[in-house]
Unconditional design. Structure first.
Length: 238
C-alpha cells in the first residue's frame, strides 16, 4: 500500500461528511500501566506464578494472552487470563490516568463534527470502564481486536484516521486504508513506527489538536479546488 499524504485527508473527509477518527486505548489515550501492574501483582500473589509485572507493562499493546504465554505453558493461559480479567476492575481502573492531551483530542474531533471511536485489544467491558471513570466519551468502543484485526471495525465505522502507539496499530490502520497516526507514548519509538508505515508521528496527544486542524484545513482546501475544477472555467468568472 502506498503511503498516505499526511496533509491530505482521504475522500471521506471535507465536504463529503464528518471525519471518523479511530483511537487505540492503552498508552494512546490512557496510561494503564499502574493498574495493569497492580492486577499482575495480585495474580502473582494468588497463583505464585513468577510474572515480572514491570516487564509486562513495558510492552503493552498485544492481547493479554500473548503476554501470559511468555510466563506459563499454553494450556494454562485461558484460565489465567480469565482470572486476570476477573481481578482487573478492582485493581486497574482507579490507578489509571488519562494521558496528556487525551480529553482535548477527543473534544477536538467532536467539536469539528467528527466521530471518535476507540478500537482496542483490551476487553471491551474493561475499556468502557476506563473511559467512563476518566470521563472520556467516544462515540463507540470496540474491544478484543489487535493489529490487522482492527481493520474490520475501522472500516465498519468509516474511520479515515487511526491513532495508536504500537506497530500493531500502524498495521491495523494500513489494513483498513486509514491514515496511520502514531504517538510515542507507548513501547515503540518514532523510528520503529515509521519503519512499519506510520504516516504521521507525534510525541503525544498534546500535539494532535493542532495537527488535526491543519489536516482538516488541507482537506477543505482540496475539496474546494476539486469543486472549482469540476465546475469548469466559467466558475472562476462568476
Amino acid at each position: 500500500m502506498a503511503p498516505h499524504d499526511p496533509a491530505a485527508p482521504s475522500d471521506s473527509a471535507g465536504a463529503a461528511g464528518p471525519l471518523t477518527v479511530g483511537f487505540d486505548l492503552d498508552m494512546t489515550l490512557i496510561d494503564s500501566r499502574p493498574g495493569i501492574r497492580a492486577t499482575y501483582l495480585e495474580l502473582v500473589a494468588e497463583t505464585g506464578i513468577p510474572i515480572d509485572a514491570d516487564l509486562a507493562v513495558s510492552r503493552l499493546g498485544p492481547p493479554l494472552e500473548q503476554e501470559l504465554a511468555q510466563w506459563v505453558p499454553a494450556s494454562l493461559v485461558p484460565e489465567l487470563a480469565d482470572r486476570y480479567r476477573a481481578l482487573y476492575p478492582a485493581h486497574a481502573i482507579e490507578p489509571t490516568r488519562a494521558l496528556p492531551g487525551a480529553r482535548e483530542t477527543i473534544q477536538a474531533v467532536r467539536e469539528a463534527g467528527g466521530r471518535a471511536v476507540v478500537v482496542t485489544a483490551k476487553s471491551e467491558p474493561h475499556a468502557k470502564l476506563h473511559l467512563a471513570h476518566l470521563g472520556i466519551e467516544p462515540d463507540a468502543v470496540i474491544g478484543w481486536l489487535w493489529a490487522e484485526g482492527k481493520a474490520e471495525a475501522l472500516r465498519q465505522h468509516g474511520a479515515s484516521v487511526y491513532v495508536g502507539d504500537h506497530v500493531g496499530d500502524v498495521r491495523g490502520a494500513r489494513a483498513a486504508g486509514a491514515l496511520a497516526v502514531s504517538v510515542t507514548t507507548g513501547p515503540c519509538g518514532a523510528d520503529e513506527l515509521k519503519a512499519v508505515g506510520a504516516d504521521v508521528v507525534l510525541d503525544d496527544l498534546t500535539a494532535f489538536p493542532a495537527w488535526w486542524e491543519a489536516y482538516r484545513a488541507a482537506g477543505q482546501g482540496a475539496a474546494e479546488r476539486g469543486q472549482r475544477a469540476s465546475a469548469g472555467p466559467a466558475a472562476d468568472l462568476a
